[in-house]
Design a protein around this ligand. Structure first.
Ligand code: ZN
Length: 377
């Protein structure tokens, strides 16, 4: 193993930082394997269940996969891609962590698919879920489908009724043509190729850095495991991808961004004046609706239930809604404050958040956007 504190390691990483910063900028790409996700608690070898269609119980690893957050190496690559130091990242991991870390889909090749992604074969819409789409299939709908990739969910694009499919490449299947073609193109154009956390044994993945090397690219291999290409690497660093990323980013004078998963929601109310009824004191009475809604109608599947606590004059004053729409309509006088408690049920975060909302009966009502940080820190 490389000693990260040695002067030699430091010098190698400093020269890589200079290489990345050179003007004009070199075309650099990265290939990643299982080793980049190991520190996220993921063992990429333990996913045979993704390639079955049976209702097998969830393995313990499943829990780690949905809860896993991107590592320092993932976050560093995302930052470098975002700032144009890396033009492309390809991975043979199916854990979706590169996409989760923020690498733009246009710069990303998930060669074997992404367990969180399902796509519509008709209109090409992509649905990136918080849950593993291969494990959470709609089995009732699947009974009529012979397609092993079908997830049993339907496309929600207006006018499209396509049946969604997972993106995973099964053992006996070949890689999707556009994905592998793009990866090869990127390899052939690259001047610098980083290979992180892969033993570079599985074909055709291992052929990509070879193709790049043969075209004159500099090959940098990072990871503690021995690889098939160690003999031809220009720089070989036998250290963890995380430690390498930390040292490289430091050498570049850049901070590694912190991972955060935020979901915007809208909290607010609408209202309308109630027509006065003869013989009743109906002055300033309104029919109002207080709500918690997803941004742009996105599903609120990270909310378990919502409690609305009204003024004590209402009976009952505490109303709990256990499924969407999280909207409550009443008639009364205002303004008064409603306490809204949102109970979260996300993999990353449970617990509750309470908001105070003042019911206002002016204009169309009152609403505000709130960012829920599901990473919970
Ligand atoms: Zn569709």
């Amino acid at each position: 193993m490389e000693d990260p504190n040695s002067a030699e390691t430091y010098a190698k990483i400093k020269s890589l930082a200079e290489l990345l910063s050179s003007t004009p900028r070199k075309r650099a790409i990265a290939f990643t394997g299982a080793g980049i996700s190991a520190s996220a608690g993921i063992n990429e070898q333990e996913f045979p269940e993704h390639f079955e269609t049976t209702t097998a119980p969830l393995p313990t690893n499943q829990f780690a996969l949905e809860q896993a957050i991107p590592t320092q190496a993932h976050m560093s690559l995302a930052k470098l891609a975002d700032e144009g130091y890396l033009s492309y990242v390809a991975t043979c991991n199916i854990d979706g962590l590169h996409r989760r870390s923020g690498v733009q889909p246009a710069r990303l090749g998930e060669l074997y698919g992404n367990v969180f992604l399902e796509t519509c074969p008709k209109c090409r819409a992509e649905y990136l879920r918080d849950y593993d789409v291969a494990m959470h299939r709609n089995r009732a709908a699947l009974a009529e489908l012979a397609d092993v990739h079908a997830t049993g969910r339907q496309c929600t694009t207006p006018g499209c009724d396509g049946m969604l499919r997972d993106t995973l490449v099964r053992n006996e299947e070949t890689l999707a043509e556009p994905v592998i073609t793009r990866a090869l193109q990127e390899a052939l154009q690259a001047e610098v190729v980083f290979c992180l956390g892969s033993n570079l044994e599985s074909s055709p993945f291992c052929e990509l850095p070879v193709a790049a090397k043969e075209r004159g690219a500099q090959l940098i291999i990072v990871g503690p495991e021995r690889t098939m290409l160690d003999g031809v690497a220009d720089v070989r660093l036998r250290m963890s991808p995380d430690r390498f990323a930390e040292m490289l980013m430091k050498s570049l004078g850049k901070a590694i961004p912190k991972f955060a998963l935020r979901k915007p929601i809208w909290i607010g109310n609408t209202h309308e004046m109630v027509t006065p009824e003869k013989g009743f004191d109906t002055e300033n009475r309104h029919k109002w609706t207080v709500f918690v809604r997803g941004d742009n109608n996105s599903p609120l599947n990270f909310i378990d239930r919502v409690e609305f606590r009204l003024a004590p004059s209402f009976d009952p004053a505490l109303i709990v809604l256990e499924e969407p729409p999280f909207e409550l309509t009443r008639v009364g006088r205002g303004p008064f404050e409603v306490l809204i408690t949102i109970h979260l049920t996300h993999n990353f975060r449970r617990g509750s958040l309470t908001f105070r909302h003042m019911l206002l009966f002016q204009d169309i009502g009152e609403q505000k956007c709130v960012q829920i940080d599901l990473t919970g820190v």
